[in-house]
Every structure is written in C-alpha cells, then in structure tokens.
Design a protein around this ligand. Sequence first.
Ligand code: RB5
Length: 145
Amino acid sequence: MKLYLGSDHGGFELKAQVREFLQQKFPDVEIEDVGCDSSDSCDYPQFGKKVAEKVVSTPGSRGIIACGSGIGISIAANRVSGARAVLANSLELTQLGRQHNDANILAIGGRTKFYDPWEEIVTTFLTEETDMAERHARRREQLDA
Ligand code: RB5
C-alpha cells in the first residue's frame, strides 16, 4: 500500500513519530511525506489538499494528515472530490470511519488529546475493513455524486 503523510507545523512532530512507527510496524507500506519539512509555521490547507489529491489519484492508497487539532487539515482534504478524511482521536471513530465511510485519509491532532493510543488508531486505520453492506455503499456513493 502507498501511504501519503502531510502536516503543518502543529502536526509536524506527531507526523514524524507516526512515520517512524509505521516504518517499523508496516515495512511493506510505501510512505511518501509531502511536507511540511520543519516545525516552522506554515499553512495547513496546502498540505491537506496535497495529500488528498495524491490519495484520490492513486488507487488503493491512503493518507494520514496532522495539524494542531486535525480540524483545519481535514477540512482542506475533504474539499478535494473523492477524499474521505475522518478526524479521529479514538479507536471507535477510526473503526467507524473505515467501516461506514471507507475513510481513505485519517486526520489527527498534534496538540490535542487522544482517547486511545495513536499507535492503535493509525494501525486500525490501515487494517480495518470497509463495511460493504448496501446501505453504507449507497451513502458513500452519494458523497461522490
Ligand atoms: C496552527 O496554529 C493551527 O491553527 C493548526 O495547526 C490547526 O490546528 C488548524 O486547524
């Protein structure tokens, strides 16, 4: 699987930790970090958009994005048609995002509280299957229509 990472300065440190964790736990996942490249102040819309465009144009890929709260960068990603970014700070939201919404992007906050360890959240994002029940598929189709 190809995985795109992106963040602003508020998510920069968390993104680096996520990258290191994934490289060890999922060596088969090919990671591409689209920036930012330092903790210098920068603008989250650029990086949310960049990751979302890459994910949408690369079949089967996923993205993980981070800003201070995860909010701004998830809004930016979801403005790209075909992106289904979920902001999740718990396993429950991550599981539901994958099962019901077929989330292709996970948004997390570098300066906010996690209700479950982020290691478990990113693992679940990569491993949880999509619920193919007709009602969920129908609703997902309406997102892109
Ligand atoms: C940057 O200060 C902060 O606003 C940003 O990281 C993010 O939390 C926005 O939603």
